[in-house]
Design a protein around this ligand. Structure first.
Ligand SMILES: [Zn+2]
Length: 137
């Protein structure tokens, strides 16, 4: 604490405290980022079984089909816009036989994907396809 012209000035102490807090934040963020990378790496080791050919393939090899549904515009015929369906009502396309596996009854898998909070683009190496005409099933 310094007295400059009769006014208390603790700029130096506050600057030190801010720098210390800044370092703590940086360390916490680095730790969080490292943990997030471990979560991504772990989820990507998941082996998913195809309902059609019964082959197991690692999750990143599958293609995620982002289904969409039409929301008709009120009072207007033939208009509307598409919304993304939730993960549970989307499909995974098998890398072996291209069969589109409906995710609806795969509760454990969809729960795991959602709980990991990993963006879909980080889970699937192949393209994430958008299907506006699937209607779910
Ligand atoms: Zn298959």
């Amino acid at each position: 604490m310094q007295f400059i012209g009769g006014i208390m000035d603790n700029t130096e102490e506050v600057t030190k405290q801010i720098a210390k807090l800044g370092n703590q934040i940086a360390r916490t963020l680095a730790k969080t980022e490292a943990q997030h990378k471990r979560v991504v790496a772990t989820v990507r080791t998941l082996q998913v079984r195809c309902a059609q050919c019964e082959t197991f393939s690692p999750l990143p090899a599958w293609t995620f089909i982002q289904d969409r549904y039409l929301v008709p515009t009120r009072g207007y015929t033939g208009g509307g816009y598409y919304n993304d369906s939730s993960i549970e009502t989307c499909h995974l396309q098998c890398p072996q036989c291209n069969y589109r596996n409906y995710l609806y009854q795969r509760t454990a898998l969809t729960t795991l994907i959602k709980q990991s909070r990993v963006p879909l683009k980080d889970l699937f190496d192949t393209n994430i396809l958008v299907d506006e005409n699937s209607g779910g099933f």
